[in-house]
Ligand binder design. Structure first.
Ligand code: ADP
Length: 484
């Protein structure tokens, strides 16, 4: 039985500093809204620059003892947090749907995905290896080890309130670092519950802080410009990422940047079209389209284009739009009026440029930031709508004639996060996977996220990887010790 009020009542609504929930020094709070009703859900403390300084002091005080805590013990705390979140999965899913809007099945999927990073990095904590060699000259020995990178700042977006936190926090903590997290003001609740869960799991005070704030820029800058911060991990838009990179340059801080995407989804004429439709639906509609890995442009070989489009349209038309927590709903509202308007503008632009509406395309009347499942075809693969991130339930379909044309169109973007394609020809699969300029490629798959795999982009989609064995390296610095 869903009990939204009980779930909201359980949220620690202060800032999370030094292992407890505390008010902001200014006493200020801000409201978190339900995107389905546009009504406030709850108020949380609004961190200021002074709160950031306080959090950093407490983090710095905890840094040494956490860095020297046995890796096994660090791993076991992560593992206990995994266990606690798994036991509370239903409540976490409901909480995410309340603050983010999206449908409960998507929130349940994220709960599973997001908690998996805790288990994965609990296991990685005890596998931080180095190496030992003799110098070729025979005059010395080379010992390579890894040290925690130092106090970290994580800035996370609203679209995956749990997973975007855990995939930074888990490797940072596993590697022996302390971390200050600034969640998006749209969705701070899940991160606060996560911090409390970590405390319950035995995480020492100061190791993890959470600073919800409406003053993102000021609080972000206050933390970044503190000499004690050695690493910045950001997931969000490319413009903000550029800005943070410039700020990090001032102090030569390490950075991981997970930025925007513009994923192509290619369907070749030798594909299993039904499987491609299933994959396309997942790649497009996971999280209501609010994912940086979402299929942003469909490129379909002309001979199968009508079959693919008709089948995808049929599948998209079966989506049930409504409040994310209502029974049977498979597509919730978008997170905010601003996001809904961005999606509506993208569709209007595409139509003005000649796209045909096969499904949806109109903002519904009434309250809530709803946008319907939409399919547009006859889209020019180089038109405006194919250049930006749509971030909504809108499938944009173009056609192509040759493999080279498909790859050229797919690569004609400054982004390079995810790409997908469907083909049953193994040689083509290898060739195309290699030619796509993308950090991640889904071959005959519409969902690629996996805690055990390195997530990240090339080109302006970012720097660094999260998850996999690579994910923990981002939080370690290499130390070479020369021996005689
Ligand atoms: P989105 O479009 O997903 O909201 P943003 O890049 O705007 O992407 O936001 C991602 C995260 O970055 C959020 O936590 C937001 O509050 C934060 N943010 C936005 N602008 C800044 C900034 N100038 N400095 C620090 N953090 C910022």
């Amino acid at each position: 039985q869903l009990d939204p009020q009980a779930v909201l009542d359980s949220v620690p609504t202060g800032l999370w500093i030094d292992g407890r929930s505390v008010p902001s020094e200014s006493g200020a709070t801000f409201e978190v809204f339900d995107p389905a009703t546009e009504e406030p859900l709850i108020s949380v403390a609004d961190a200021t620059v002074a709160d950031a300084a306080h959090a950093l002091d407490r983090a710095a005080a905890a840094a040494d003892s956490w860095a020297t805590t046995a890796p096994r013990e660090r791993g076991e705390i992560l593992r206990r947090a995994f266990q606690l979140l798994t036991e509370r999965a239903d409540d976490i899913a409901l909480l995410m749907t309340l603050e983010l809007g999206r449908a409960l099945p998507d929130s349940r999927a994220e709960t599973k995905y997001g908690t998996e990073f805790l288990r994965w990095f609990a296991e990685e904590a005890v596998r931080i290896n180095g190496r030992f060699t003799h110098s070729p000259t025979g005059t010395g020995r080379i010992l390579v080890s890894h040290a925690p990178v130092g106090p970290c700042l994580a800035i996370t977006p609203w679209n995956f309130p749990l997973a975007m936190g855990t995939r930074k926090i888990a490797p940072a903590l596993a590697a022996g670092n302390v971390m200050v997290v600034k969640p998006a003001h749209e969705t701070p609740l899940t991160m606060l519950v996560l911090a409390e869960t970590f405390a319950e799991a035995g995480l020492p005070p100061g190791v993890l802080s959470v600073l919800p704030t409406t003053a993102s820029k000021e609080v972000g800058t206050a933390v970044i410009t503190d000499d004690r911060i050695r690493k910045i991990s950001f997931t969000g838009s490319t413009p903000v990422g550029r800005n943070l990179l410039a700020q990090a340059a001032e102090r030569v801080q390490r950075t991981s940047m997970e930025l925007g995407g513009n994923a192509p989804f290619i369907v070749f004429d030798d594909a299993d079209v039904d499987a491609a439709v299933e994959g396309a639906f997942a790649a497009k509609m996971r999280n209501g389209g609010e994912a940086c890995t979402a299929a942003n442009r469909f490129l379909v070989q002309s001979s199968v284009a009508e079959e693919f489009t008709a089948k995808l349209t049929e599948k998209m038309s079966a989506v049930r739009l409504g409040a994310g927590y209502d029974d049977g709903v498979t597509l919730g509202p978008l997170v905010s009026a601003a996001q809904r308007d961005k999606v509506a503008d993208a569709v209007e632009t595409a139509i003005a440029d000649g796209a045909r509406v096969r499904l949806g395309g109109k903002v519904p009347e009434g309250r809530g930031f709803f946008y319907p499942a939409t399919v547009l075809d006859q889209v020019d693969p180089y038109s405006t709508v194919t250049r930006g991130e749509i971030f909504g339930p809108v499938a944009v379909i173009s056609t192509f004639d040759s493999e080279n044309d498909a790859i050229a169109a797919a690569n004609s973007t400054e982004y390079g996060l995810a790409a997908y394609f469907y083909s049953r020809d193994l040689e083509r699969c290898m060739r195309v996977a290699e030619r796509l300029e993308s950090g991640m490629v889904g071959v005959n798959r519409g969902v690629i996220s996996d805690a055990a795999a390195p997530f990240g982009g090339v080109k302006q989609s970012g720097i660094g990887r999260e998850g996999g064995a690579e994910g923990i390296e981002e939080y370690l610095s290499v130390k070479y010790v020369a021996l005689t």
